[in-house]
Write a protein that binds this ligand. Structure first.
Ligand code: NAD
Length: 297
C-alpha cells in the first residue's frame, strides 16, 4: 500500500481521500480548514500541520484545490520535501497557464507530474466512479493507475502534460452549452402546449438525445436522479460551471479557436450567478428561461 499526501479536503477532495483510505493506503492530509482536518481524522486519515509535512515520505502527492492560483501557491512557491521518486498529481480543474507552471516547476525539480482533472461530481467521488482525464508521460500515468483506480471507474490518458485540463474544459463547455440547449427546447415545448413527458420521450429517442436531457434533465419529474428533483441542490454548482466556461473562453482566445456558443453560455451563466443562484446545480439555468419568457406574447 502507498503513502499518499493529499491536499484539499473539500466537497470533492474529502470523498476522494476517503476512497483511498478505504482502499488501505496511508493517507496524510492537509487543508486550511480545521473542520476538514477534524473530519479527516475521524475517517482514519493522518492530518498534518503543513503542506511540507504532508508531502514528506509520500509515494504520491495529490492536490484537489479550487483554482490554478491555489495549486501554484501550494506546490510551486517554494521547494517542497517531496521524495525524488514520487508522482505529483493535480486533480483540480485549473487554467491552462497555471497547469503549465505546475508541470514545468515540478519537473525542473525532477518530479514526475500529472494533471488529472475529474468528471462525475461529488456523487461520483463518493462512489469511486469518477472519470479521470490525465495529461503527462505514459510512465507517470502507468505508475498512478492503481491509485487513480481507487477513486475512479474510467481512467483516460488524454496525452502529454496539460492534455487532461484541455479535455476537461472542452467537456465542460460542451456540457454547459448542451444544458442550455436542452433547457431552451424543454421550455419552448411547454410554450407550444406540448406535454413535457411526451416531448421528453420523443427527444430521448430522436436526434435531440443527449446526456443533459436523458441523464440530467433540468425539468423536474423526468429523470429521478437529476438534481432538478431536489430543488437543484447538490450536483455541480452553477458557479463552478461558470468558472469552467471562463477557462474554456480564455483557452479559445489564446488558441484562436472560435467558441461562440461557449462565450454565450459563459455570459448566460454569469447572469444566473449574479442573480444569486451560483450555489444551485447548473441545470437550474432552466429557471432563468421561465423568468425571461413574456407571458401571452
Ligand atoms: P471546495 O471549495 O469544496 O474544496 C477546496 C478545498 O481546498 C477546501 O476544503 C479548502 O479549504 C481547501 N484549500 C484552499 N486553499 C488551500 C490551501 N492553500 N492549502 C490547503 N487546502 C486549501 O471545492 P471542490 O468542490 O472540492 O472542488 C475542487 C476542485 O475540483 C475544483 O477545481 C473544481 O472545479 C473541481 N471539480 C469540482 C466538482 C464538483 O462537483 N464540486 C466536479 C469536478 C471537478
Amino acid at each position: 500500500m502507498a503513502v499518499i499526501g493529499f491536499i484539499g479536503l473539500g466537497n470533492m477532495g474529502f470523498p476522494m481521500a476517503s476512497r483511498l483510505r478505504q482502499a488501505g493506503h496511508d493517507l496524510r492530509c492537509f487543508d486550511t480548514s480545521a473542520h476538514a482536518l477534524e473530519r479527516a481524522a475521524e475517517e482514519g486519515m493522518s492530518p498534518r500541520r503543513s503542506v511540507a509535512e504532508t508531502v514528506q515520505d509520500a509515494d504520491f502527492v495529490i492536490t484537489m484545490l479550487p483554482s490554478g492560483a491555489h495549486v501554484i501557491k501550494v506546490l510551486t512557491r517554494e521547494p517542497l520535501p517531496i521524495r525524488a521518486d514520487a508522482v505529483v498529481i493535480d486533480c483540480s480543474t485549473i487554467d491552462v497557464a497555471s497547469c503549465a507552471v505546475f508541470h514545468e516547476t515540478l519537473q525542473e525539480q525532477g518530479f514526475a507530474t500529472l494533471d488529472a482533472p475529474v468528471s462525475g461530481g461529488v456523487g461520483g467521488a463518493a462512489a469511486g466512479t469518477l472519470t479521470f482525464m490525465v495529461g503527462g508521460s505514459e510512465t507517470a500515468f502507468e505508475r498512478a493507475q492503481p491509485i487513480l483506480k481507487a477513486m475512479g471507474k474510467n481512467l483516460i490518458h488524454a496525452g502529454p502534460a496539460g492534455a487532461g485540463q484541455a479535455a476537461k474544459i472542452c467537456n465542460n463547455m460542451l456540457a454547459g452549452i448542451s444544458m442550455l440547449a436542452v433547457s431552451e427546447a424543454l421550455h419552448l415545448a411547454k410554450c407550444l402546449g406540448l406535454d413535457t413527458r411526451k416531448f421528453f420521450d420523443i427527444a430521448s429517442t430522436s436526434s435531440g438525445q443527449c446526456w443533459a436531457l436523458t441523464s440530467y434533465s433540468p425539468e423536474p419529474g423526468l429523470v429521478p436522479s437529476a438534481p432538478s428533483n431536489r430543488g437543484y441542490e447538490g450536483g455541480f454548482a452553477s458557479e463552478l460551471m461558470l468558472k469552467d466556461l471562463r477557462l474554456a473562453e480564455q483557452a479559445a482566445i489564446a488558441s484562436g479557436s472560435p467558441a461562440l456558443l461557449g462565450a454565450a453560455a459563459s455570459s448566460i451563466y454569469a447572469m444566473h450567478c449574479a442573480a444569486g443562484r451560483g450555489r444551485l446545480d447548473f441545470s437550474s439555468i432552466i429557471q432563468m428561461l421561465g423568468e425571461s419568457a413574456r407571458p401571452g406574447a
